[in-house]
Design a protein around this ligand. Structure first.
Ligand SMILES: Cc1ncc(COP(=O)(O)O)c(C=O)c1O
Length: 476
């Protein structure tokens, strides 16, 4: 029997009726969170309606967060959908703004897309388009819009303890753009570079694609270790919260790495991407703030503080590299989009940035604690949520001795259920030394944490029993 029936005699459109039936089926539990729906083609045939009617109803419910579309793999009831809950049909942003697309629950690397002040952003973009620097139609300064570079320099002085002139700030296409620029600047073809292991794979891959030889730099419970030999004079680090382990680089290691760079006449590239989101104790200042020898190149990104679709970041370049860096910015991109830069400059200088970060820090502290508690309970001691001071994701570590490949398989099963965790073992350059699940908490409302953790537990299936000894060298 068909799950849904439509009434052609009613004035309400077939698409409206179908969307309403699906909402009701989720609300009364007929359709369970994570359950797969019939393909649009099959359902259209079953109901005798055009396929576009079903597509449109599915897309609408996906926009509301009730369903998740997964391309050729079909459409699922969102694992976060709660039976009995009233469907969220209206956007808190008001009628002119469409609700933001919801990422799969637990997806790492994203800020809270539901909490970004989009109406304000829309106003700033419109204002920038109407006048001032954003309206400039000619080529922008390749190093960045003067107002934005100045705003970034003031922000870094206040928030990250970094004293730099606006002229040292070069605006890039996010961290990825910064790395590509730095690779051209510091790494002639075949030159070697140390990258943390485990680490941010996209960075290592970008450097390799630029022709560099990537050398793995071990990470332990104090963060990145000291390069063991002299094969390279550049190291890429995530000092605030090591990606992906979340460890904050210890004071002792910070000094030792600065000494290493001074001794080698080399550079440390400081990826400061998530430093703002520190929940326990005092937020450590940037490594760059202690850099008396001008050996640290700080790279920041607006991907986590605002949103990644912006594609805006920056590098603070040591004086000796400034001319060459500006030239590379010209050759690589001829500057970043002027309109976006102008809107971000206004966001910073008018106080919205500081306010937004304050709000996000409180929201993330709540979401993080809720998900950590829910995952700890759902996995009942089988995975250990490591107590890390900050960042945008949790690391639930598998015990030593877990069957190789378990986390990769678990992630595949979770993806099939519409969830978006990542596997720790996939973040290693070479053979993995530990396994675990990386769980993004930023887009999970406090009340959704328990059902999502339960959905994850159901999705990953059995966890092989092993002695409870989760160390892997990543815990103190
Ligand atoms: C370790 C790390 N650095 C930097 C970034 C930001 O990259 P981008 O500015 O290219 O979006 C990310 C985003 O996920 C990241 O995980």
């Amino acid at each position: 029997m068909a799950l849904f029936t439509l009434d052609r005699t009613r004035r309400r459109s077939l698409q409206d009726q179908l969307a309403g039936r699906i909402r009701a089926a989720v609300a009364d539990g007929t359709l369970a969170p994570g359950e797969r729906l019939a393909s649009a083609r099959a359902l259209a045939a079953q109901l005798g309606v055009a396929r576009g009617t079903v597509d449109a109803a599915y897309a609408r419910l996906a926009g509301e967060g009730l369903l998740m579309t997964q391309g050729p793999r079909g459409t699922l009831v969102s694992p976060a959908a709660r039976p009995g809950a009233a469907p969220t049909v209206s956007s808190p942003l008001g009628p002119p703004l469409a609700p933001p697309a919801r990422p799969p629950p637990l997806r790492v690397g994203l800020p809270a897309l539901d909490l970004f002040p989009r109406a304000l952003w829309a106003r700033l973009v419109a204002r920038a388009a109407r006048g001032g620097a954003g309206a400039a139609l000619a080529y922008p300064d390749p190093a960045g819009l003067a107002a934005l570079r100045a705003a970034i320099a003031s922000y870094l002085a206040v928030a990250r303890g970094v004293a730099c002139a606006a002229s040292q700030v070069i605006v890039t296409a996010g961290y990825q753009g910064a790395l590509t620029l730095l690779a051209r600047l510091l790494l002639p073809a075949g030159a070697a570079v140390w990258c943390e292991n485990p680490g941010y794979k996209l960075a290592a891959r970008a450097l390799a694609a630029a022709g560099a030889l990537v050398l793995p730099l071990a990470v332990d419970a104090e963060g990145a270790t000291i390069p063991p030999d002299d094969r390279a004079r550049v190291a890429v680090l995530t000092p605030a919260h090591q990606s992906p382990t979340g460890v904050a680089l210890s004071a002792h290691r910070r000094q030792a790495l600065l000494d290493w760079a001074a001794r080698r006449g080399g550079f440390l590239i400081e990826d400061d991407y998530d430093a703002e989101f520190h929940y326990l104790g005092v937020r450590p200042p940037a490594l760059k703030s202690r850099d008396t020898g001008d050996r640290v190149i700080l790279a920041g990104s607006f991907s986590k503080t605002l949103f990644p679709g912006l594609r805006l970041g920056y590098v603070v370049v040591p004086a000796e590299l400034l001319v060459a860096a500006t030239r590379q910015a010209l050759l690589a991109t001829h500057g970043a989009p002027a309109l976006t830069q102008a809107a971000v400059a206004a966001f910073l200088t008018e106080g919205h940035f500081a306010r937004h970060l304050r709000r996000m820090r409180s929201a993330y502290a709540v979401r993080r604690a809720a998900l950590a508690a829910a995952v700890t309970e759902a996995f009942a001691g089988r995975l250990t949520v490591l107590p890390r001071p900050g960042g945008l994701q949790l690391l639930a570590l598998c015990p030593d001795g877990t069957r190789p490949g378990w986390d990769l398989a678990a992630v595949r099963r979770a993806e099939a259920a519409g969830l978006g965790p990542a596997a720790l073992s996939a973040q290693f350059l070479g053979p993995p030394r530990a396994q675990g699940l990386l769980l993004g908490f930023t887009n999970i409302a406090e009340t959704d944490a328990a059902p999502i953790a339960a959905a994850l537990r159901r999705a990953v299936g059995p966890i092989p029993p092993v002695p409870p000894c989760p160390t892997a060298g990543l815990t103190p």
